[in-house]
Write a protein that binds this ligand. Structure first.
Ligand code: ADP
Length: 334
């Protein structure tokens, strides 16, 4: 018995000139909580669409729970649950009725349906709301009901497309707990897409970072962040200043070439950020440059993304401390 839940080989989806998913090779193990992290438009939903047999690949192929997505789609569908980005619940039906409908679609006999509905509602703590119409539910409750629905037919793999999109931080944390619990206690293989790096970081055992339909890098969140090799320092200089001057002098003095410039920002990776900052400030002062802000933090997945793609995922969450000073810090023109 193989321990692979999902195996893809060169899976590709092209829409005219646009290649939404570009020859992705991926192996996800049974029991993993796997994250597809990437900005909007990266190709995450399209990949899930193909793996869940909603979309046909243009080329390449995949196996889900051992079944070929092209030739064995019925078995693939029986093995998976899908929680879509947009709600597909019937607002006029009650929670119980929505689940019952899903159970019927999967051919579950009446008694089994009733038992399973009770079980999944308990799991997502919605038993007391079972007979209310969905239109009375909050956004978080709807998402929980959708997760419950995805679990009705005992799937081996659950796909969650942006499971916490649009939810407030507290509800998001709540949903994270359910996802972890289902993965750990019920041993369900989970594949989730997200553009929230914090979500991928907190939840997933392993992550593939996706951009323009390709996997940019893959690994555990810890591996990815450690691969950057130290603390991240970002310095924002006055737009009038020549940032490359600081870069060149810093490299000359420290031998650390792990430094990049984008516009008036300098990003340095240093083994010990706290020690590196005074050194940088000294050089800045010697050169008579003006620093607008300094930020020091432990590497985040956003830094990993930036390192591999040269751009931000554009997530507002951040980790670590920040020293932000506006106005003049070191200004000594020669
Ligand atoms: P993500 O889920 O990472 O936000 P998507 O998989 O939704 O990304 O989209 C990937 C790319 O494919 C985007 O550029 C999107 O506009 C394009 N795309 C998705 N579906 C279609 C479609 N049906 N027709 C044309 N282009 C599409």
């Amino acid at each position: 018995m193989t321990d692979t839940a999902i195996h893809t080989k060169g899976i590709t989806k092209a829409y005219n000139e646009l290649t939404a998913v570009d020859a992705i090779d991926l192996d996800i193990k049974k029991g993993e909580l796997f994250g597809l992290l990437g900005p909007n438009g990266a190709g995450k939903t399209t990949l899930i669409g193909m793996l869940s047999t909603m979309l046909r690949p243009s080329s390449g192929n995949a196996r889900v729970w051992g079944y070929d997505i092209r030739t064995d789609s019925t078995m693939v569908r029986k093995s998976i649950g899908v929680v879509f980005q947009d709600t597909t619940l019937d607002q006029k039906l009650t929670g119980r009725e929505n689940l019952d409908l899903h159970g019927r679609l999967y051919g579950l006999p009446k008694k089994e349906r009733q038992d399973r509905i009770r079980e999944v509602l308990e799991l997502v703590e919605l038993s007391n709301w079972a007979d209310e119409t969905v239109q009375k539910y909050s956004g978080g409750m709807m998402r929980r009901l959708e997760i419950a629905r995805g679990l009705m037919h005992h799937p081996n793999v659950l796909f969650l497309d942006e499971p916490t999109l649009g939810l407030d931080p507290q509800t998001r944390n709540h949903i994270w707990e359910y996802i972890k619990q289902l993965n750990q206690e019920k041993n369900i293989t989970m594949v989730l897409t997200t553009h929230y790096m914090e979500e991928a970081d907190q939840l997933c055992n392993r992550i593939a970072i996706i951009d323009h339909g390709k996997i940019v890098t893959m690994g555990t969140p810890h591996e990815m962040k450690s691969s950057l090799g130290g603390d991240m320092i970002t310095l924002e200089l006055s737009p009038e200043d020549d940032t490359s001057k600081l870069k060149n002098r810093y490299v000359e003095k420290t031998g650390n070439e792990n430094i990049s410039i984008s516009e008036n920002k300098l990003r340095i990776t240093a083994t010990n950020g706290e020690r590196a900052i005074p050194e940088i400030l000294k050089i800045t002062s010697e050169l008579g440059l003006e620093i607008l802000s300094v930020n020091l933090h432990k590497p985040t997945l956003d830094d990993v993304f930036l390192h591999h793609t040269g751009k931000d995922i554009r997530d507002t969450s951040s980790e670590g401390g920040s020293i932000k000073r506006t106005g003049r810090m070191h200004r000594r023109r020669r």
